[in-house]
Design a protein around this ligand. Structure first.
Ligand SMILES: Cc1ncc(C[n+]2csc(CCOP(=O)(O)OP(=O)(O)O)c2C)c(N)n1
Ligand SMILES: CC(=O)[C@@H](O)[C@H](O)COP(=O)(O)O
Ligand SMILES: [Mg+2]
Length: 652
C-alpha cells in the first residue's frame, strides 16, 4: 500500500467531527490515539509548531470530546497552543500540511476555522475568565450548556487564573476546569503552586486506597456507609496533609483527581463525575509533555515545546542550520555585564531559554528569577529589586509586556526606577499570528514618562545599547529586537549626538541639500540603506539615520529634518502612536515644517505567515520603500509650496 492508501485506510481519516469519536470502541480509541501521535509528529516535523504540548493531550482531548457535546458545550483551551488534537478531531486534518503557513491552518483556536473554537488566544491564563463569563451568560439566558476550560500547570501560575477561580467559586456555575498538569511550562514549572501540584501528582495512591475501602465497605450494608464516612474523613486528613487540594476545596471548588491523563477511560470517568456535579469542579489530569515520541520526552530543555521549523523525525533536531540569533547576542552580553556588575539580576516569565535568560541563570542562579507566567508581577517585582539597590533586566517577548502596562507605568516609571525590559520577538513575528506580533510596544510604552526605548539594528548595537540601558539609573529602559537571525553588523559612517548615519552619500553633512531624511528604526536599517541606494541611483539625495534610542525622540533629528525636503520613517511596529508619530510631533513642537511620511505596520489584525512574507505584504521591503519615496518626492515637486515659517524649509 502507498503512504496515501495507508493514510486513507486509517481510523483517523474516518474521524471528521467530534461525534465520530463516540462510536468507537476502547480498542479503536487506543489505535486512534497512536495514529494521532504519528500524524502530529509527521506534520509538525515539516512545518514546525507546538509539538510537545499536543502529544501530551491526545487522550485528554479524546475524552473531552466524548464526554462533552461540542459545540453545544463549550471547550476552551488556555493559551491555545495545545489545541491541535482538538483541531484534528473537529474536521481540520487536511489543513495540517499548511499549519502556521501563510493562508493555511492557524496554530491556535480560530473561530473562522471551526464552530468548535470559542476563543482566539495564545496569551496564557485567560481561559478561566472566559469560562466564568460564558457560564454566567448561559445561566442568565437559561441555556443548559457545559463550559469546560483546559488549563496547563504553567498557565495556572498566571494571576488571572486565580482571579477567575475566585469568581468561579463564588458564582457556583457548573464550570469544569481541567488542569493539564505535566509539571512543565517550557522548563519545569516553578513556584509554590507547582510544588503543591507535584505533591498531588506524586501521591496518587491514596485515591486508589480510598476506592478499595469504599468498595469493600459498601458490600456490608449496615456498617458500611457510616464507617466509610469515618474512614473517608481520616483519609481526607491524610490527603490534605500530603496534597493540598484543600486549597481548591476551601475556595469552594470541588477537586477530582489526580487522574492519569493518558488513561483515557480514567479521564472520561473523572470528566463524567465533574459534568454531573452541577457546580465548579477541578479535574486534575497528570500528563507527560511530549508523551509517546522519544525525542520530545527526552528533550530536557522543553520537551520539544515548539520547534520553530522543520525537524528530523529520528532525532527531533531542526533541519535548518544554526545561526546567530538576536537572543543569543543579548544573552552573551548580559552575562558579560553581570560578570562586571554584581547589581545586575535577571527575570524571566517562564521563558528562560527562549529569552536567553537561561544563560545568566546557569552562571548566576542566585541572581536570576523565574516568576512563572506572570509578566505583571515580573515588572513590579523588578521594581522591588530596584528599590533594593539592584538593576533588574526583565526579558520577555514584546507581545507579553503589553499586559504589564500599568506596572511599567506606575510601579516602575513613576518611581523612576532603573529597570531594563528586554523585548525579544519585537515587531512582526509571523507564524504565531496576530496575538504574537510584537508591534505595540513602541506606541504603548512610548507614553510612559521618563521611559527610554532603544531599538538596536544589529549585534554590535544590541551590545552597545544594552550597556547604555543598564547604565541609566533614573528610570526604566526598553531594548527591543525582532525574532530570528541577527543580520550582519552595519557600522555607522558617522554619529551625531546619539544618532547614527549611513549611506553612499556624505551622511549628516551640514547644509548639504538633500531630498529625504530616511529615519530607520532598529532592524530596518539594512532595508533603509538598501532603499537609499536604489533612490541614489535615481538621483535622489537621501540621508539614512538610525536614532538608536527612539524614545524620547533625539533632538538631533529635528535639526537634521530641517536640511531635507521630506522626512520618511520606517519602523517595525504599529504606525499609530509609533516612532513616526512621535517624530512628527517633535518636529511640530520644534517648529520644523518639513512634511513627514511614516511607514510601518497598519493598525489591524494581521494574519499568520513567515515574517518576510508579512513584511512584503505590508510593503516593508527596500524596493517598496524606494518606490513609495519616489512617489512622495514627485508629489512634493508637483505641489506649490505653502507658506512656512522662514528658515525651516530648504529649497531645491
Ligand atoms: C502571557 C504569556 N506569557 C508567556 C507565554 C509563552 N508561553 C507559551 S506556552 C508557555 C508554557 C505553558 O505551560 P502550560 O500552561 O503548563 O502548558 P504546556 O505547554 O505545559 O502544555 C509559555 C510560557 C504566553 N503564551 N502567554
Ligand atoms: C504559545 C507561545 O506563546 C509560545 O510557545 C510561542 O509560540 C513561542 O514562540 P517562538 O517560537 O517565537 O519562541
Ligand atoms: Mg505544563
Amino acid at each position: 500500500m502507498s503512504a496515501e492508501e495507508i493514510e486513507a485506510a486509517s481510523l483517523l481519516s474516518t474521524v471528521r467531527e467530534p461525534g465520530d469519536l463516540r462510536n468507537l470502541t476502547a480498542e479503536q480509541l487506543d489505535v486512534l490515539a497512536a495514529e494521532i501521535r504519528d500524524f502530529l509528529v509527521a506534520k509538525v516535523s515539516r512545518t514546525g509548531g507546538h509539538l510537545g504540548p499536543n502529544l501530551g493531550v491526545v487522550e485528554l482531548t479524546l475524552a473531552l470530546h466524548r464526554v462533552f457535546d461540542s459545540p453545544k458545550d463549550r471547550l476552551l483551551f488556555d493559551t491555545g497552543h495545545q489545541a491541535y488534537v482538538h483541531k484534528i478531531v473537529s474536521g481540520r486534518q487536511d489543513g495540517f500540511d499548511l499549519l502556521r503557513q501563510r493562508g493555511g491552518l492557524t496554530g491556535y483556536p480560530s473561530r473562522a476555522e471551526s464552530e468548535h473554537d470559542v476563543i482566539e488566544n495564545s496569551h496564557a491564563s485567560t481561559a478561566l475568565s472566559y469560562a466564568d463569563g460564558l457560564a454566567k451568560a448561559f445561566a442568565l439566558r437559561g441555556e443548559p450548556r457545559h463550559v469546560v476550560a483546559v488549563v496547563g500547570d504553567g498557565a495556572l501560575t498566571g494571576g488571572m487564573c486565580w482571579e477567575a477561580l475566585n469568581n468561579i467559586a463564588a458564582a457556583k456555575n457548573p464550570v469544569v476546569i481541567v488542569v493539564n498538569d505535566n509539571g512543565r511550562s517550557y522548563s519545569p514549572t516553578i513556584g509554590g503552586l507547582a510544588d503543591h501540584l507535584s505533591n498531588l501528582r506524586l501521591n496518587p495512591s491514596y485515591e486508589k486506597v480510598l476506592d478499595v475501602v469504599k468498595d469493600s465497605l459498601g458490600r456490608t450494608p449496615l456498617v458500611g456507609p457510616p464507617l466509610y464516612e469515618v474512614l473517608h474523613a481520616v483519609k481526607k486528613g491524610i490527603k490534605d496533609a500530603v496534597a493540598p487540594q484543600a486549597m481548591f476545596e476551601d475556595l469552594g471548588i470541588k477537586y477530582v483527581g489526580p487522574v492519569d491523563g493518558h488513561d483515557r477511560e480514567a479521564v472520561e470517568s473523572a470528566l463524567r463525575k465533574a459534568k454531573n456535579f452541577g457546580g465548579p469542579v477541578i479535574v486534575h489530569a497528570v500528563t507527560r509533555k511530549g508523551f509517546g515520541y522519544r525525542p520530545a520526552e527526552e528533550d530536557e530543555a522543553d520537551c520539544l515545546h515548539g520547534p520553530s521549523s522543520a525537524f528530523d523525525i529520528e532525532t527531533g533536531k531542526l533541519l535548518a542550520p544554526a545561526s546567530l540569533k538576536w537572543t543569543g547576542v543579548f544573552a552573551d552580553e548580559l552575562v558579560a555585564i553581570a560578570d562586571e556588575r554584581a547589581d545586575i539580576v535577571g527575570i524571566t516569565a517562564a521563558m528562560a531559554e527562549p529569552t536567553g535568560i537561561a544563560k545568566l541563570m546557569r552562571k548566576y542562579p542566585e541572581r536570576t528569577y523565574d516568576v512563572g507566567i506572570a509578566e505583571q508581577h515580573a515588572a513590579t517585582s523588578a521594581a522591588g529589586l530596584a528599590i533594593g539597590g539592584l538593576h533588574p533586566v526583565v526579558a520577555v517577548y514584546a507581545t507579553f509586556l503589553n499586559r504589564a502596562f500599568d506596572q511599567v507605568l506606575l510601579d516602575v516609571a513613576m518611581h523612576r526606577l532603573p529597570v531594563t525590559f528586554v523585548l525579544d520577538r519585537a515587531g512582526v513575528t509571523g507564524p504565531d499570528g496576530p496575538s504574537h506580533y510584537g508591534i505595540w510596544d513602541m506606541s504603548v510604552f512610548g507614553v510612559v514618562p521618563g521611559l527610554r526605548l532603544a531599538a538596536p539594528r544589529d549585534a554590535q548595537t544590541v551590545r552597545e545599547e544594552l550597556r547604555e540601558a543598564v547604565s541609566i539609573e533614573d528610570g526604566p529602559t526598553i531594548l527591543r529586537f525582532p525574532t530570528g537571525a541577527v543580520p550582519a553588523d552595519l557600522p555607522a559612517l558617522r554619529r551625531v549626538g546619539g544618532v547614527d548615519g549611513f549611506g553612499g552619500v556624505d551622511v549628516l553633512a551640514e547644509h548639504e541639500r538633500k531630498d529625504v531624511l530616511l529615519v530607520s528604526v532598529g532592524a530596518f536599517a539594512h532595508l533603509a540603506v538598501d532603499a537609499a541606494a536604489r533612490l541614489a541611483e535615481q538621483g535622489y539625495g537621501v540621508t539614512v539615520v538610525d536614532p538608536r534610542w527612539v524614545r524620547p525622540v533625539p533632538v538631533e533629528l529635528t535639526g537634521l529634518a530641517r536640511e531635507h525636503r521630506l522626512v520618511v520613517t520606517v519602523e517595525d511596529g504599529v504606525r499609530t502612536g509609533g516612532v513616526g508619530d512621535a517624530i512628527a510631533k517633535a518636529l511640530r513642537d520644534a517648529d520644523v515644517w518639513v512634511p513627514l511620511r511614516d511607514l510601518g505596520v497598519p493598525l489591524a489584525w494581521h494574519p499568520h505567515g513567515s515574517r518576510n512574507e508579512i513584511l512584503a505584504d505590508l510593503g516593508l521591503t527596500a524596493q517598496d520603500v524606494a518606490r513609495q519615496v519616489t512617489e512622495w518626492v514627485s508629489r512634493l515637486d508637483d505641489q506649490t509650496p505653502i507658506a512656512v515659517p522662514s528658515g525651516t524649509r530648504t529649497r531645491r
